[in-house]
Design a protein around this ligand. Structure first.
Ligand SMILES: NC(=O)c1ccc[n+]([C@@H]2O[C@H](COP(=O)([O-])OP(=O)(O)OC[C@H]3O[C@@H](n4cnc5c(N)ncnc54)[C@H](O)[C@@H]3O)[C@@H](O)[C@H]2O)c1
Length: 261
């Protein structure tokens, strides 16, 4: 089968909702056993129940992704209960909820309280860094190679007012990914990032819920529609599969053409 994940194991963070949840579904449909991790335990329990109906092993795990001890415990549990980690998809992050609005001056860089900036970095950047490195250590120990897939954002490249902290955190995720690609290649581990455009998940509710804002955003998307979580999950599936084996250090852009200059 093409894009087959039979006998593979995957740890997916941010799996309670949106892109992470859809990725867990698609990976399980393609044969993978999955640990679905998120701070929202109820959410990952419901996704794990869905995956078990497909006949897969599925573990729900609660984690606060900015806490290194909790990340270590999550990785340890995945190694023991899944029998190792072949694929990581790191999708947990907090959003930039003032996109396109004239509200939230506390998100303008000149005014932003340091604790808001630090919270964004500690979840989106530190959380991804710590997850990647604990998973990489487990992959190196298992000596079977592996795939690390980080969910960055188009905001790593295209910036907007009030989105500085989010953009910097996601640009950090992208540079982190490239560096890991160089450092981990010798172990047969690839590291790639995905930069979604505007995707139909709770993260974009405030945009899609406003006719004015939604029209302005859709006007910037050449394909004229929001992305579906499936569009991103399918990109992650490609990177996780045999077909994606020669990709490393890349930033993929499933975004309907937003970045075409
Ligand atoms: N939706 C978009 O348009 C879009 C665009 C670009 C990038 N992204 C990125 O895609 C990824 C998934 O986002 P989504 O759109 O599916 O949003 P979402 O809000 O549906 O999912 C994010 C998940 O991350 C979890 N999470 C947040 N903070 C956490 C923490 N501290 N510890 C553990 N879990 C935590 C949430 O509980 C939630 O289940 C994120 O990295 C986001 O930045 C989304």
């Amino acid at each position: 089968m093409v894009l087959d994940l039979t006998a593979k194991t995957a740890l997916i963070t941010g799996a309670a909702s949106g892109i992470g949840r859809e990725t867990a579904r698609l990976f399980a449909q393609q044969g993978a056993d999955v640990m679905a991790a998120d701070r929202n335990l109820e959410g990952v329990e419901s996704v794990a129940a869905e995956l078990r109906k497909l006949g897969r092993t599925a573990i729900a795990h609660q984690v606060e992704i900015s806490d290194e001890a909790q990340i270590e415990a999550m990785v340890q549990r995945a190694v023991v209960e899944l029998g190792g980690i072949d694929i990581l998809v790191a999708a947990a992050a907090i959003p930039f909820s003032t996109y396109g609005t004239d509200q939230g001056n506390r998100w303008l860089l000149v005014d932003q309280p340091l604790e808001d900036w630090r919270r964004m970095m500690s979840v989106n950047l530190d959380g991804t860094f710590l997850t990647d490195r604990h998973v990489a250590r487990a992959m190196i120990k298992a000596n079977k190679g592996g795939r690390i897939i980080n969910i960055a954002s188009g905001a790593a490249i295209v910036v907007s007012a009030r989105g500085g902290a989010y953009s910097v955190s996601k640009a950090g995720v992208w540079v982190l990914t490239k560096t890991l690609a160089v450092e981990l290649a010798r172990y047969g581990i690839t590291a790639n990032a995905i930069a979604p455009g505007f995707i139909e998940t709770p993260m974009t509710d405030h945009i899609r819920g406003s006719e004015r804002l939604s029209r302005a955003v859709l006007d910037t998307i050449p394909l004229g529609r929001y992305g579906k979580p499936y569009d991103i999950a399918a990109t992650a599936l490609f990177l996780a599969s045999e077909e994606g084996a020669y990709y490393t250090g890349q930033l993929m852009h499933p975004n309907g053409g937003v970045l075409i200059p």
